[in-house]
Ligand binder design. Structure first.
Ligand code: FMN
Length: 232
């Protein structure tokens, strides 16, 4: 059995027959190894993969900035992230222990989730492929570390939305440890505020990550509750 590790981290065991295949599969994504596992047809007319894996897409693709004493501030790209509570506002990020950022986040107990848009897509990919052990990612990507209001870690000035987070717990899960965190500050780019002060997320050009590829969000199909709203 050969082991292959994708950039995000699900370890897949591939039979030795398959291990000589190229790292990219037919769909082109390094994160799409499921196609390489054996498949079975089901009565539902679907195909059941031999080995279950991460198929929950799309997901956000965020740039997490962090800092700890004696080190340059760093950025790690994270797709395994999500909202987990409304009150208090909380989110999680799952990070592999071997990431340079892991200790920085653990030691400082803080990080910033910076949402990404079309303009940040390349930088997000870069920060997910290079380590802060070797380079200064803020400098390489021409990004600006800006002080936060509530925590010592810097946010990324060029991001449309930055969420200042304080770690409240760490759950070891396997390949990744999940950092649970409370959102203690939200900073948004004023260009997306209208004259009433309402923030228009739809104008921020946010991107999503799905099965190894980056997408810019597109057409609006409806708004919350539109299926049950009475027509005027
Ligand atoms: C789109 C994308 C999503 C990623 N998501 C995660 C993630 O959720 N958790 C993780 O530990 N690594 C993830 N990675 C990999 C890290 O970002 C990558 O290993 C990075 O180089 C770590 O940087 P560091 O060593 O400076 O901390 C992702 C990479 C990419 C390109």
């Amino acid at each position: 059995m050969a082991e292959r590790i994708d950039p995000i981290g699900a370890i897949r065991k591939i039979t030795s027959n398959n291990s000589s295949r190229s790292k990219k599969n037919k769909t082109g994504g390094r994160n799409a190894g499921q196609e390489e596992s054996r498949k079975h047809s089901t009565p539902a007319g679907k195909v059941l993969f031999d080995k279950p894996g991460n198929f929950l897409y799309p997901v956000p693709c965020v740039m997490v900035s962090c800092a700890s004493p004696g080190k340059k501030p760093n950025i790690i790209t994270v797709a395994w992230t999500g909202t987990i509570c409304s009150d208090p506002p909380m989110l999680s990020i799952s990070v592999r222990q071997e990431r340079y950022s892991y200790e920085m986040i653990k030691e400082s107990g803080e990080f910033v989730v910076n949402l990404t848009n079309r303009r940040l897509a390349r930088a997000a990919d870069f920060c997910g492929c290079r380590s802060g052990r070797d380079i200064d990612k803020f400098e390489e990507c021409h990004l600006t570390p800006e002080p936060c209001a509530h925590i010592a870690a810097p946010m990324i000035r060029e991001s449309p939305v930055s969420l200042e987070c304080k770690v409240t717990g760490i759950i070891p899960l396997g390949s990744h440890d999940m950092f649970l965190a409370e959102i203690v500050g939200v900073q948004v780019d004023r260009r997306f505020l209208d004259h009433n002060g309402t923030f228009h997320m739809e104008n921020a050009g946010l991107i999503a990550y799905s099965h190894g590829k980056y997408y810019e969000l597109g057409k609006i199909l409806g708004s919350f509750g539109y299926s049950v709203r009475k027509k005027r």
